[in-house]
Design a protein around this ligand. Sequence first.
Ligand code: PRP
Ligand code: URA
Length: 206
Amino acid sequence: MLYVLNHPLITHKLAIMRDKNTSTKDFRQNLDEIAGLMAYEITRNLPTKEVVVETPMGECVTSQIAKDIVLVPILRAGLGMTTGILNLVPTAKVGHIGLYRDEQTLEPHEYFGKFPPNLEDAEVMVVDPMLATGGSADAAITMIKKRGAKQIRLVCLVGVREGVERVQKNHPEVDIYLAALDKQLNEIGYIVPGLGDAGDRIFGTK
Ligand code: PRP
Ligand code: URA
């Protein structure tokens, strides 16, 4: 299922990020804030378990999150969303996947992978601001499935139909969360209108 989180606060902050005149500092800060807002929505249907706590006034039957949560940012740009989500889910563990897109073929190349144990029992969130051809997200999801992950969501900022369809075709059970679904890819695989190169804008490279 595809969820596009059309919330005025998210769209407002994303407009700041899209602006080519926005500084690295403001780009990073707005990404951090949007990631936190998205975290609130994407965790809405997490499985819960009944717990009993003693309040100062007596017994309370309530609920808490039932499973471990693992964030998996795709390096580099996924790192820019990690802190914002961790602010809401501070007990989450974090795995990392290093992928870069070959500028000619647009195919992803893996250079790093490090994960917490017991991925098979966890709710895993793959995080990356951009879902363009979908090659990186597709490869990242395949990597974590090979390590046993079963419950996987993909959390991106801006996507296009092409990337969504690639992920849905190869991983139909993975829910995809976006802040915006943009029009198209250009001839060199960038999202239009998009926001440019997310990694470069987060880290001030190029
Ligand atoms: C960007 C982005 C995604 C990927 C999306 O990363 O952060 O990982 O491109 O494109 P795709 O859907 O066509 O695979 P990039 O390869 O530029 O690496 P970086 O994060 O290190 O800048
Ligand atoms: N990666 C980016 O950083 N931006 C795009 O528009 C596409 C892929």
